[in-house]
Design a protein around this ligand. Structure first.
Ligand code: SF4
Length: 154
């Protein structure tokens, strides 16, 4: 049904891409979300109508249209603008850089994913070499992002 034109009272529309999930503890209520961050709660029979492309319940068409879950020539510009704004970070380049300077750590956290080694013993290759650190900084400075966040992990 996606991208297939449907008609309601003579108005052409297509269904936007949406996800749905049963709303916990609320019988027959579903949360519908779109990629531009809009959301709406629908009853199960309303979701069925949306899936089938037959919007019969009173006011359902207007609620779906207002939230951009269905697209017409009246709301498409707004949906494009919101989606473009929400994902504008994708054009900015990488800004968060996480570096592991050493594998030495004595914390012994049960959830450790870092293969931590004892602080005091002398392990080969447990610490980042200076040349590697220099290359990392040069690499980060090549990012088109205007800001850089350095996160250091052990
Ligand atoms: S490396 Fe991090 S997670 Fe692992 S033991 Fe040390 S503090 Fe805990």
């Amino acid at each position: 049904m996606e991208n297939e034109f449907l008609k309601k009272d003579g108005i052409d529309y297509i269904s936007n891409f949406y996800r749905f999930q049963k709303y916990k503890n609320k019988k027959n209520l579903y949360l519908i979300t779109t990629d531009d961050g809009n959301f709406l709660f629908l009853k199960s029979n309303e979701l069925k109508q949306l899936k089938k492309g037959k919007l019969e319940s009173e006011g359902l068409y207007d609620r779906l249209h207002d939230k951009g879950i269905i697209i017409t020539s009246d709301n498409i510009e707004n949906i494009i603008e919101k989606t473009s704004l929400k994902y504008s970070f994708l054009n900015n380049g990488t800004s968060l850089h996480i570096m592991i300077l050493t594998h030495r750590c004595n914390m012994a956290c049960s959830y450790c994913f870092a293969s931590a080694k004892n602080m005091d013993e002398n392990y080969e290759n447990a610490d980042m070499r200076e040349e590697t650190a220099q290359k990392i900084v040069e690499f980060i400075l090549k990012s088109p992002s205007r800001a850089a966040t350095f996160e250091f992990q052990e």
